[in-house]
Design a protein around this ligand. Structure first.
Ligand code: NAD
Ligand code: IPM
Ligand code: MN
Length: 352
């Protein structure tokens, strides 16, 4: 098959992990006889440096007309001034919105050989296998008003959490669909004891759940969920939640697997290209050293093959190669290993 894939390496370790994933995609291309056309575009701090904005219209248009988009990470200390007009992260939010990718799937699994890499006791990790379905184009990140203003000599800042019922319905529906193919349980996470958006979320969720009598629904407050993710993580199957709750809970859940560097994600809309990115950031503390864990991005490229290009066999081949590499103990420093980014990628390519 022929496909056009936009690469958005971004900042920090972004270019290092995207380069690793491209090597893997090129190996798949050769082995399975496909033809992938890769095109690089700027996003984040490097785009601000080049053009003053974190995502240009032409970069967004290129993404919109591709088959899929693979992103590394954005941001870094160079662009961190709290008063800056343009921030790298703004480009990422504009990209997600511009692609309409409202559903961010972040699976969390524990690899048997990495149980020791997590600070949790091994018995807590047994049976951990969940997918967090994070709403990605609404909620606190996008609500209006969003501003900073002077009021009577004081500085006032506002962010707004807002949802329309249909935005909730489509993401919760996706969670139930997913749960049907898994252990048939959805945990909907909110703060319904305080937030009006959460009370709407709960109401819509109950409504959606009525259409899935075979799937069990559980509602959980977000503070409790934060606690249970580390005290009883195996209870979760599909966890669906608001944008920022999902952001925070997935960094927490990454601790179960042993490193942020392992977790991939797929961001999907109702049509159009999907966006694929690891859940970690630009890791300025290790950028440029060639030691970043490429696995989160490589697994994201497997999702790209599965969801956007419908290449299931090829996606599974990458996942199997990653599993074998992890089991072999070829690991980067975040997992206690001594291998660098290239060596881990080489090992995955060898298995492939
Ligand atoms: P981070 O995820 O970049 O790093 C957190 C810690 O995890 C660091 O110690 C880092 O070295 C480590 N880490 C992350 N990914 C790793 C990998 N692949 N291999 C090995 N170690 C890894 O979070 P941060 O330091 O809080 O944020 C840095 C910048 O990244 C900020 O500007 C933030 O806004 C941005 N960020 C971007 C994204 C994204 O582009 N999707 C996601 C999160 C944070
Ligand atoms: C992530 C990141 C982003 C988010 C930031 C960089 C905008 O933390 O992808 O998890 O909060 O969505
Ligand atoms: Mn995050």
């Amino acid at each position: 098959m022929q496909a056009k894939i936009i690469l958005l390496p971004g900042d920090g370790i972004g270019p290092e992990v995207v380069a690793a994933a491209v090597r893997v995609l090129q190996a798949v291309e050769k082995k399975f006889g496909h033809s992938f056309h890769f095109e690089k575009q700027l996003i984040g701090g490097c785009s601000i440096d080049a053009s003053g904005v974190a995502l240009t219209d032409s970069a967004l248009k290129a993404c919109q007309s591709a088959d899929a988009v693979l992103l590394g990470a954005v941001g870094g200390p160079k662009w961190d001034d709290p008063l800056a007009k343009e921030r790298p992260e703004k480009g990422l939010l504009a990209l997600r919105k511009g692609l309409g990718v409202f559903a961010n799937l972040r699976p969390v699994k524990v690899y048997p050989s990495l149980v020791g890499a997590s600070p949790l006791r091994p018995e807590k990790l047994a049976g951990v296998d969940m997918v967090v379905v994070r709403e990605l184009t609404g909620g606190l990140y996008f609500g209006k008003p969003k501003c900073r203003e002077q009021i009577d000599g004081r500085t006032h800042a506002v962010d707004t959490m807002e949802y329309m019922d249909d935005e909730i319905r489509r993401i919760v529906d996706m969670a139930f669909q997913l749960a049907r193919g898994r252990r048939k349980k959805v945990t909907s996470v909110d703060k319904a004891n305080v937030l009006e958006t959460s009370r709407l979320w709960r109401q819509v969720t109950a409504d959606v759940a009525a259409g899935y009598p075979d799937v069990k629904l559980e509602n959980m407050l977000v503070d409790t969920a934060a606690m249970r993710l580390v005290s009883n993580p195996a209870e979760f199957d599909v966890l669906v939640t608001e944008n920022m709750f999902g952001d925070i809970l997935t960094d927490e859940a990454a601790v179960l697997s042993g490193s942020m560097g392992l977790l991939p994600s797929a961001s999907l809309g109702s049509d159009g290209p999907g966006l694929y990115e690891p859940i970690h950031g630009s890791a300025p503390d290790i950028a440029g050293k060639g030691i970043a864990n490429p696995i989160g991005t490589i697994l994201s490229s497997a999702f790209l093959l599965r969801y956007s290009l419908k290449l299931e066999k090829e996606a599974s081949a990458i996942e199997m190669a990653v599993e074998k590499t992890i089991a072999s103990g070829r690991l980067t420093a975040d997992l206690g290993g001594t291998a660098n980014t290239t060596e881990v990628t080489d090992s995955i390519l060898d298995v492939l």
